[in-house]
Design a protein around this ligand. Structure first.
Ligand SMILES: *Cc1c(COP(=O)(O)O)cnc(C)c1O
Length: 398
């Protein structure tokens, strides 16, 4: 959790500037790049200082399960980018989502969440939290009326991920925020796919933003991490939960993620622009049946995406003519793209959701979710668009 004792930056700075400047705290060595604080504990001047810092009467680092300067830097930088009052980092994206819920909800409380969520998030909400008395109703991401209708007296949290994976459906954050405000419940948005560079959920009324920093915030496929951005009161509750239960971010990973944020804006814009070019090319390709990309006018929620996001993002999904065999042929013909379900890397990845990320659910459930056997999901990286196109062409009959 950030202590906010640092030199103030001028106000009104742009995202790009905050990404490379926010959170900096030089030591007496006057280093230009951030120091990495590989230390598990911190020493005190005397017994009295130890006492006031342990009690929390005075702010200061005590033990790295509580705070660490490398972690604080990443938290302050991400809070600045999301336009949040505060931020708290976690060991992974799932730790962020779990801590956010465990710190704010109790047995007997109710969550409303979109159906199309990250697999482990569905597992958490659908099977683990019910054992602790927290129930979730799953509703359509694209229909705010379903959310409003699912509200109960014990509802405490609305939770969505937009755009969704892999079909890139868009949730209307402002509409969900209005429902949350009317019923005095919290709205949390998983902003993993867009990052604050392309979408600022808090500006649209969200109370909480959660991140898997493992994806675009690192952006180079190196470390796991997560974060929750919110107001100080919510972040303080999560801090107490994390300090006690321990899934905190390591100093090393925090340092890597802080550097990742420095190039986030330039990477996101480049990857999003490349994704749009590839989506347009795929849409015109005779071997492609359908393309799912929020930046294409053919996307059912193109207008909402234009309003809510400043780019379509880097995830392009598409259906290949000829069923599963044709889709697998594209994957197996690639000489360049990585066959992996990971996303948010500088290297373009390609996956067949029906047999990987969505392979363990029944064919009926898959059909209901709209995941067809001929669907492929591509997470566009930083290679040349021409090289990516040539690689896909190897398995797509002209
Ligand atoms: C990967 C991912 C997560 C989980 O993050 P981890 O860092 O792997 O724990 C949560 N939400 C979304 C949208 C993701 O893509």
């Amino acid at each position: 959790m950030s202590n906010n004792t640092k030199k103030q930056l001028p106000s009104g700075l742009a995202t790009e500037t905050l990404a490379v400047r926010a959170g900096m705290d030089r030591t007496h060595h006057r280093e230009h790049s951030e120091a990495m604080y590989l230390t598990s504990s911190f020493v005190f001047e005397n017994a009295a200082q130890a006492a006031v810092m342990f009690s929390g009467e005075e702010e200061g680092n005590v033990y790295a399960r509580f705070t660490n300067p490398s972690v604080t830097l990443f938290e302050e930088r991400l809070a600045a980018l999301e336009g949040a009052e505060a931020c708290i980092a976690t060991a992974s994206g799932m730790a962020a989502i779990t801590a956010m819920i465990m710190a704010n909800l109790s047995a007997g409380d109710h969550i409303i969440a979109s159906k199309s969520l990250f697999g482990s998030t569905i597992q958490l909400l659908g099977t683990i939290l019910p054992r602790f008395g927290i129930e979730t109703s799953f509703v359509s991401l694209t229909d705010p009326a379903e959310w409003a209708a699912a509200i109960r007296p014990n509802t405490r949290l609305l939770f969505c991920e937009t755009p969704s994976n892999p079909l890139t459906e868009i949730g209307d954050i402002a509409a969900l925020a209005a429902i949350a405000m009317r019923h005095e419940v919290l709205l949390a948005v998983d902003n993993c796919f867009c990052t604050p560079v392309l979408q600022k959920p808090m500006d649209l009324g969200a109370d909480i933003v959660v991140h898997s920093a493992t994806k675009y915030l690192d952006g180079q496929g190196r470390v796991l991490g997560g974060a929750v951005c919110a107001n100080k009161a919510i972040v303080e509750k999560i801090f107490v939960f994390l300090r006690t239960t321990g899934p905190t971010l390591s100093a090393f990973n925090a340092w890597v993620l802080g550097k990742g944020l420095e190039t986030l804006a330039i990477r996101m814009r480049a990857q999003s622009a490349a994704a749009l070019e590839l989506a347009q090319w795929l849409e015109a390709h005779p071997a492609v049946e359908r393309v799912y990309y929020p930046g294409l006018p053919s996307h059912p929620q193109y207008a909402l995406a234009q309003r809510q996001q400043s780019g379509g993002g880097a995830i392009v999904s598409f259906e290949v003519k000829g069923g599963k065999d044709a889709a697998w042929r594209v994957v197996d013909s690639c000489q360049l793209l990585s066959i992996t379900a990971n996303l948010g890397d500088t290297r373009t990845t390609l996956t067949h959701p029906a047999s990987t990320t969505h392979g363990r659910i029944t064919p009926e459930a898959r059909a209901a979710a709209g995941i067809k056997d001929n669907l492929l999901r591509m997470a566009v990286g930083l290679e040349s668009v021409i090289d990516i196109r040539n690689d896909l062409s190897l398995g797509l009959p002209a």
